[in-house]
Design a binder for this molecule. Structure first.
Ligand SMILES: [Zn+2]
Length: 62
């Protein structure tokens, strides 16, 4: 499973992590986490606002 980078058109299976900042979402008007991820091929940055309620506790990934 992969997605295509809209900048370089290459397939992405793993994005590089850049930043995750807690904000008040302008879109949803609730506490949210602004996540910034980076294309591993061309360094195009992408962001998404994830409402805090969407987060589910999980075990640490190895
Ligand atoms: Zn790219």
């Amino acid at each position: 499973m992969s997605i295509k980078c809209t900048n370089c058109q290459k397939g992405i299976t793993t994005l590089k992590f850049s930043e995750a900042t807690v904000i008040t979402s302008g879109k949803y008007r609730v506490p949210a986490v602004l996540v910034t991820l980076v294309c591993p091929h061309c360094s195009q940055h992408y962001y998404v606002e994830v409402p805090a309620m969407e987060f589910i506790p999980c075990e640490a990934k190895q």
